[in-house]
Design a binder for this molecule. Structure first.
Ligand code: FAD
Length: 492
């Protein structure tokens, strides 16, 4: 007899709703708790999960397995080629272990909800008590509605309602019970489940040795690292966050997104800890902390949007009228964008940061998404896809939301006529050109403000000599073209 917790994107012990429930059940019945994780190469492929993200998941699983083993809780990991087979395999395992209780946190994407729905049916047939929990958002999707009972489609009023809700329901910020020693004698009853092998890599999601080492250094796996980063942010950076968060050189943000995505860190823990550090306020006292909490809330916002409008999972624009935008399909220009060779230094620096770190600063995510969809008039979905294929923090809802914002086709987007001027963004957020010089070595010798637009500002010779490309489009003309196309799609 046993209780099973099915780990998905909640790879942590600390403050994990479903794991807390599973541990409580195991304690109540004095039977062992077993953790299970099913790797599915087909699932990773279907969701465009980047090799860097798969690698982080595998490394996080190893850390989690060690932490659980210290509590005598086994983590059983198995690879299932076909993702359709996952629910029945989970049920088979429960039967094999004579487990009558299964717990898991809910993932809100369409495929995942369908998978859970199937699991509910299978568990009912086999008399297994399946308890799904809401965990990934601080406030459960569906809990916040407008005065007329509708889902918010604009962030600011939604955020006010999010704050109000948490003030009225402080229990939503209470952490879940962390598992202690396994209540049953799992080592005796299930000796084979301990020390189960976790592959070093999976299917075709391979990294070179150099990349693996680099990502290990940049992104050490697991919840201990995540909690340390959170502490560092709150102690050293948060007070300035409001003013510095958009600056591109230096490390002014938390770099916690990969840990939220793998579930090594709970958004609830992040908000609760920041609130505590902010003299118990969510939205005032120190503007730095308040502003960081409001950023974490964006993650909730986009998940709420996904739950209410699940069609966005199906390659659809948020508003149907945006389907009418006539895109260009210039393969060379798209490739130049992917390779960081557009001749726009800020765009190229960002795309090369993405390739090197599997991560990009939020400001430049906005700049490159606007550049692709407006300056190059390329369908934003190509960029959305490219991001998922490369980001270590790839998260469907936030990525879709971010692309919708940058391309002005999403929920609460920036207005379509607001088109970022890459040079101005560069001057504002990388005033000394440090970020550009770091990622674009061809421009390292360019002095002063010419770094932002070398060919226009007298540094074309150096740039050309070092092989840096000329701008592939002219911003003012591209801007006019984008305005005309968006206008015609929206207003006929
Ligand atoms: P911090 O500034 O320290 O913020 C803390 C946390 O708040 C982040 O880790 C993240 O969980 C959340 N957050 C902050 N800004 C946003 C935002 N705009 N939307 C949603 N959550 C936010 N974020 C992802 O986690 N995965 C993605 O795939 C992703 N794709 C994006 C694509 C585009 C085009 C854009 C414009 C944004 C995207 N974002 C994505 C949001 C944001 O850029 C990253 O969350 C942020 O840069 C991560 O860095 P950080 O952890 O240092 O953030």
């Amino acid at each position: 007899k046993a209780v099973v917790h099915w780990f998905k994107s909640d790879l942590r012990l600390h403050d994990n709703r479903a794991l807390g429930t599973a541990f409580q059940l195991a304690k109540d019945h004095q039977i062992p708790l077993i953790g299970v994780y099913i790797l599915s190469p087909e699932d990773f492929a279907a969701h465009l999960t980047s090799p860097a993200r798969v690698d982080l998941i595998l490394r996080t699983l190893k850390q989690l397995q060690r932490d659980l083993a210290e509590l005598d809780i086994p983590l059983y990991v198995e690879t299932q080629e076909k993702r359709k087979g996952i629910p029945s395999r989970i049920v088979d395992l429960c039967q094999e272990w004579e487990a009558k209780h299964l717990c898991a946190n809910i993932e809100y994407e369409v495929d995942e909800l369908r998978r859970d729905a199937r699991l509910v049916r299978l568990c009912a047939e086999k008399d297994i008590d399946f308890t799904p929990s809401h965990d990934t958002c601080v406030v459960t999707p569906g809990a916040l509605v407008t005065g007329t009972g509708k889902q918010y489609a604009v962030y600011t009023p939604w955020f006010r309602s999010w704050l109000r809700f948490l003030k009225e329901n402080p229990d939503y910020l209470e952490p879940s019970e962390e598992p202690g020693s396994n209540p049953g004698d799992a080592r005796k009853q299930f000796p084979d489940l301990f020390g189960c092998q976790i592959p070093a890599m999976l299917g075709n999601k391979k990294l070179s040795d150099v990349e693996r080492k680099r990502f290990e250094d940049l992104w050490p796996a697991g919840e201990h690292e995540a909690l340390q980063r959170l502490d560092k942010l709150l102690e050293e950076k948060c007070s300035w966050y409001g003013e510095t968060r958009s600056l591109l050189s230096g490390e002014h943000t938390s770099a916690l997104s990969p840990y939220f995505a793998s579930g090594a860190l709970s958004a609830r823990t992040a908000v609760t800890t920041a609130k505590r550090a902010n003299k118990n306020h969510l939205d005032r006292y120190d503007q730095g902390y308040a502003s960081w909490i409001s950023e974490v809330a964006w993650r909730d916002f986009y998940k709420h949007v996904l739950v209410h409008w699940p069609f966005i999972c199906m390659n659809k624009c948020f508003k149907p009228e945006h389907t009418n935008i006539e895109w260009e399909y210039d393969t060379d220009q798209f490739q130049a964008w992917c390779d960081g060779k557009t001749g726009f230094p800020i765009v190229d620096a960002a795309m090369r940061q993405l390739k090197h770190c599997a991560w990009m600063h939020n400001r430049t995510r906005m700049v490159v998404s606007s550049f692709l969809s407006k300056d190059l008039l390329t369908d934003w979905r190509r960029g959305e896809r490219f991001f998922m294929e490369h980001l270590i923090d790839g998260d469907f809802a936030s990525n879709h939301g971010g692309w919708g914002f940058g391309s002005s086709t999403g929920v609460d987007p920036q207005p379509y006529f607001r088109i970022f001027n890459p040079m101005r963004q560069s001057e504002r957020f990388d005033p000394d050109g440090e970020y550009i010089r770091r990622w674009v070595p061809e421009l390292r010798d360019v002095k002063g403000t010419a770094i932002h637009a070398p060919y226009d500002r007298g540094a074309g010779g150096t740039a050309e000599q070092n092989g840096y490309p000329k701008p592939i489009v002219e911003h003012a003309a591209s801007r006019d073209r984008a305005l005309a196309r968006y206008k015609s799609a929206l207003h006929g």
